[in-house]
Design a protein around this ligand. Structure first.
Ligand SMILES: [Zn+2]
Length: 475
């Protein structure tokens, strides 16, 4: 389908039928991205006041929370109200989901798909307004790289709810909206050959997916001597997990286009995106980002902490000071690109990407991942920690792996976790991807056991951050 027809007719029609004002929001975001900081703050103040009042009027949970905090959103300064409210964690959402929901929300109320991925996913409610803004933010940030709405885009992605169900319908719709979906669930050699053929034939303007899956596809293409460089391709957009420098180099070398990183999550929406100058800009038109320390207190600009968000355009279930469990820091200064949107940096891993050392301290998963990554003859691997802190490492050995490499792994892991840890290194032929189709490096039951009762039921894994991906209304 011709991009102009999709951009000017089919996509707006599709959004209009679904009751979403995506294209209008897109124009707003395009304009507001150049606002000066004080203009952005004024826009945020207006949206925040409306959100707080709406939460107070329609959600019993927030009404009580405001009363407990001694604030009145109808008269108090919205930013000072925000600063006095407690943080909102996943456990609190689980316990209060209905009481947090604005049932008569004019933009509808939809429940998130539970998905089939590991761990207990957070079920939350959202409305068409938020989805429309997420889509608009994608369109806006794609444009930063010269990719316009309606142009062909290939997705290497996978979420259980999006595959299987409604597959036929999707195929047709995808054809009309110029989207090609390749499943990141199935990355067998045979499928990857097909994906490369599809990409060559489809000639998309953009490729979107998990960095690990796209990097794997690039490595595979190289290994069989098949390099695909679609002539229309302008950018590879990655999201859903942390992008490391090696993956970025692998992908940009293979496709010879820039790689742009996006940060978001299913429950929190589209949060930040990298610009062509390589800086991560916060979509402040839609949200307020705070960075806090372990006690929930504010952290100075430039210092790392947990990212807490308030989504200004999610009305069905207001997310006010929601703890994402992701680590990041706010950055000062402005970007060469001239956008007024504030800057931030992600810090690798989640707060939950940890293992428990012999002495009970939490160790960042990366400390172990690096031990294995530094050894050339280690292919894929997976580190699993049992409830008694015992560690089981599975490695797919490559040529040259021998006893020396095994000893390097053992001593490296012991250095990180302590000598008393019960450790096993096993060689295997393959390692399955996670249910979500991504590659998980680490799972720790010991951390989960340590946190039991805290209301955080998420499985600890390298599954990384959430998804800015094809967020779809399934309602
Ligand atoms: Zn920039």
């Amino acid at each position: 389908m011709h991009p102009l027809i999709v951009r000017n007719l089919l996509s707006p029609l599709h959004e209009w039928i679904l009751g979403r004002r995506t294209f209008r929001y897109w124009r707003d975001l395009n304009r507001e991205q150049w606002y000066a900081p004080e203009e952005l703050r004024a826009l945020q103040a207006e949206k925040l006041r409306r959100l707080l009042c709406l939460a107070s009027d329609h959600c019993a949970f927030y009404r009580e929370r405001f009363a407990d905090s001694g604030v009145d959103p109808s008269v108090d300064d919205p930013f000072s109200v925000l600063g006095r409210l407690p943080l909102l964690d996943k456990g609190t959402i689980r316990a209060n989901r209905e009481r947090m929901t604005y049932r008569d929300c004019p933009a509808g109320v939809y429940a998130s798909a539970t998905g089939g991925s590991t761990g207990e996913p957070l079920v939350f409610h959202y409305d068409r307004r938020r989805i429309a803004y997420d889509k608009a933010a994608r369109m806006c940030t794609h444009q930063w790289f010269g990719v316009l709405a309606g142009e062909r885009e290939a997705y290497l992605w996978g979420a259980p709810a999006e595959i299987g169900r409604q597959e036929k319908l999707r195929t047709w719709r995808d054809r009309l909206t110029n989207e090609l979906l390749l499943s990141a669930f199935n990355m067998s050699s045979e499928m990857m050959r097909r994906y490369l053929d599809s990409l060559a034939r489809y000639n998309p303007a953009a490729l979107f997916g998990y960095p690990s899956s796209i990097a794997l596809l690039c490595e595979f293409g190289r290994s069989i001597g098949r390099v695909v460089r679609p002539s229309n391709l302008r950018c590879v957009f990655v999201s859903g997990e942390a992008l490391d420098a090696g993956q970025r180099a692998t992908i940009s070398d293979y496709f010879q286009v820039p790689v742009a990183d996006g940060y978001g999550s299913r429950e929190a929406g589209f949060l930040a995106h990298e610009c062509p100058d390589g800086r991560l800009h916060v979509m402040s038109q839609n949200l307020i980002i705070e960075v806090v320390d372990a006690e929930g207190g504010p952290v100075p600009v430039g210092k790392p902490g947990e990212i807490v968000i308030t989504h200004l355009d999610a009305w069905a279930m207001p997310m006010i000071r929601y703890r994402t469990e992701d680590l990041g820091r706010l950055a000062s200064g402005s970007c060469r690109c001239g956008r007024g949107l504030p800057l931030m940096d992600m810090v690798a891993g989640r707060r939950t990407d940890h293992l428990v050392a012999a002495d009970g301290t939490l160790k960042h998963a990366l400390s172990l991942i690096y031990v294995l990554r530094d050894i050339d003859s280690v292919g894929r691997f997976h580190i699993r920690q049992g409830p008694r802190r015992d560690v089981d490492i599975r490695v797919v050995p490559q040529r040259g792996f021998g006893d020396g490499e095994r000893r390097r792994i053992e001593s490296g892991v012991r250095r990180q976790l302590g000598g008393g840890i019960d450790l096993r290194v096993r060689l295997v032929d393959r390692i399955e991807t996670c249910a979500s189709g991504k590659h998980c490096y680490v799972t720790s039951e010991a951390v989960r056991t340590a946190r039991a009762g805290s209301g955080e039921g998420d499985v600890i894994s390298g599954e990384g951050r959430g998804k800015t991906g094809p967020l779809e209304v399934k309602g």
